[in-house]
Design a protein around this ligand. Structure first.
Ligand code: FES
Length: 604
């Protein structure tokens, strides 16, 4: 039986048709509706929330376990569980992601590989029968010409009295035009969670626009392992995931063109920086072997592909450069980030860390760079945390305990304050809020050094006792009594695993470089999460070494800045090649010291 579903999303609505009996998630997959399914639709995370009304299956026990009575009353359902039995209306929750688009980079000279020029060709005669291609190459001082340029050349030369404009990428003529064309390029950071595209004028280097969004592959799982599994397990999985990301980038291009007056045919080059899996999927290459030992990728990139080859809708002959990766788990986002921060030219001993679902890190010391990657898991991105959420509006991004305020002194109560992204009422905790909350809990003695939430009678400050509660039979600490947002014992354990993985990775790099922690002169934190975490809290819970607290510097979206630099400075290609040559990679899964440290760093 066919049914009709009205979907309200992104400020508009769409009418979808479906076979009765399928789940909402199956409907979204069939209709290619972008939707967040952090556990890959396996029904384990309880995050695929939306509002639904109409003929739906009754919530089963498992679905109920993820939702409060109030949420169920308001019509909230989980897309993985709720089945469509007849006509329905669905409404996606507001999704205002706060995505890091800014970043710092070292100064560099603007000198793109794409240039625009004007040429006057020689008029061929019977005595001098120059072919059009040879004529163009000689006038434009080029070595090659694209097929797209050749297709236009005969008519253009004769109509324009042998004068024309051309666009070259290095030694290759990409395009020929009767009028001087605008030339723009796109630099992209493809993160597992978010995607950012920067559009630049390639004649002036001016930033023309930024487009960003949550990665459209999110419906296939929150982390790279789920995405790889989707590529392997689903029929045509790789194609579906590639279409999701390339479709998103094409949407960015359309949106940029609408706002700027540029046309997609003016976009002559793109650069991409992403982790190794994201780059494989964008390039349409199988990431299957990244997930299992010995973790061999199809490619470590550092080359260009034609935009048309991967379905990217830019100028016909535009090329797309993929940043070089160092291994299956230290990708092009890290090399691009290191380029932006000048790690290849740095004299200081410097630690560069990008914390996401993986903690990817590099230590520059004495002219060499040693790198590794640790599986931090998605806890810092809000997954597997009871009240966890991404960095969206309403996420609690900072938590403070104020024992010194006058009112606290008067009545002996510790004041716990928090702030949310956008200053709106809280909906959950994002990674930075989670780290702050754990630091506060540690400072107040709510958790002991093993991470156990203490009993009320063990508390030093009895005023905290009302905040201790039980959720699903396990201890929890309430952060916001009004909304009930709290940290459960299981959440503490998830953070412990994540922070131990990062901290152990750092100690392994320090050991590999043969230095002490105190020898590190700067600690650069890249990525959206790194930009927002409170360094003191991260050090307090042992995520980062306390000695390095004064040396922490957030560098924002360094991967995006590196991709931009590659687009705007032709010397970047050589620098990336040299940077890769001085890097070595430590595979932590076969490194006994990592296991020792992992257990040790679990403590608070
Ligand atoms: S429960 Fe539906 S995506 Fe995890």
């Amino acid at each position: 039986m066919k049914i009709h579903v009205l979907l309200y999303a992104d400020g508009g609505s769409a009418s979808l048709e479906a076979e009765a009996g399928i789940t909402i998630r199956e409907l979204f997959a069939q209709s290619q509706v972008g939707f967040d399914a952090p556990c890959g639709g396996n029904g384990r995370c309880g995050k695929c929330r939306l509002y639904a009304a109409g003929a739906l299956s009754e919530p089963e026990e498992r679905e109920r376990s993820f939702l409060t009575e109030g949420e169920l009353r308001s019509g909230m359902r989980l897309a993985c569980y709720a089945r469509l039995l007849g006509d329905c209306e669905l409404r996606l929750p507001e999704e205002n992601a706060s995505i890091e688009t800014s970043g710092r980079s070292e100064a560099y000279d603007f000198e793109p590989t794409v240039t625009v020029g004007e040429a006057t060709l020689t008029i061929p005669t019977l005595k001098n029968p120059l072919d059009d291609r040879g004529n163009l190459l000689s006038a434009a001082k080029a070595a090659d010409a694209s097929y797209a340029a050749l297709k236009k050349l005969p008519a253009l030369t004769r109509a324009g009295k042998w004068s024309l404009f051309y666009v070259k990428d290095g030694e290759t003529v990409l395009d020929v035009c009767p009028e001087k064309p605008k030339a723009a390029g796109m630099a992209v950071d493809i993160g597992t969670t978010t995607v950012v595209a920067y559009f630049y004028d390639l004649e002036t280097g001016r930033l023309l626009g930024i487009e960003s969004g949550l990665n459209e592959q999110k419906g296939f799982g929150a982390d790279v392992i789920s995405r790889i599994a989707a590529c392997i397990d689903m029929p045509e999985g790789l194609r579906a995931l590639q279409e999701a990301i390339i479709g998103q980038l094409n949407g960015f291009v359309q949106s940029f063109c609408r706002k700027s007056g540029f046309k997609r045919g003016n976009l002559y080059q793109a650069t991409i920086a992403g982790n190794t899996t994201m780059q494989h999927i964008a390039a349409g290459l199988s990431p299957a072997n990244i997930a299992s030992a010995p973790f061999i990728p199809c490619s470590l990139f550092g080359f260009t592909l034609g935009a048309e080859q991967i379905g990217l809708e830019l100028a016909q002959a535009a090329q797309v450069y993929f940043s070089p990766c160092l291994s299956s788990y230290v990708g092009g986002d890290i090399t691009a980030g290191m380029l932006a921060c000048g790690l290849d030219r740095m004299k200081d001993t410097c630690l560069y860390i990008d914390i996401g679902t993986n903690g990817e890190m590099a230590l520059r010391h004495g002219g060499e760079i040693v790198c590794c990657s640790t599986a931090a898991g998605p806890a810092f991105e809000g997954a597997h945390i009871k009240y966890g959420t991404g960095g969206v509006w309403g996420a609690i991004s900072g938590v403070r305990a104020d024992t010194m305020r006058a009112d606290a002194m008067r009545n002996g109560a510790v004041q716990i304050d928090f702030e949310t992204i956008g200053g709106v009422p809280p909906i959950g905790l994002c990674g930075s809020g989670l780290i702050d909350a754990l630091a506060v809990m540690k400072r107040l003695g709510v958790i002991d050094e093993t991470g156990r939430i203490t009993d009320p009678d063990e508390l030093e400050d009895a005023s905290l006792a009302p905040r201790l509660t039980e959720i699903d039979g396990e201890p929890a600490f309430v952060i916001d009594p009004e909304s009930g947002i709290c940290i459960t014992q299981k959440d503490v354990r998830e953070v412990q695993l994540a922070k131990a993985a990062i901290a152990a990775g750092i100690t392994c790099l320090i050991k590999e470089a043969g230095i002490r922690v105190s020898d590190v002169q700067s600690l650069l934190l890249a990525g959206g999460f790194g930009s927002h975490i409170n360094g003191a809290s991260a050090c307090e819970i042992g995520l980062l070494p306390p000695e390095l607290e004064p040396k922490i510097r957030a560098v924002g979206n360094a991967a995006g800045m590196g991709a931009s630099q590659t687009l705007l400075a032709s010397g970047s290609y050589q620098r990336l090649t040299e940077l890769v040559a001085c890097c070595s990679y430590v595979e932590l899964s076969g490194y006994p010291y990592f296991q020792e440290q992992y257990i040790e760093q679990m403590m608070f």
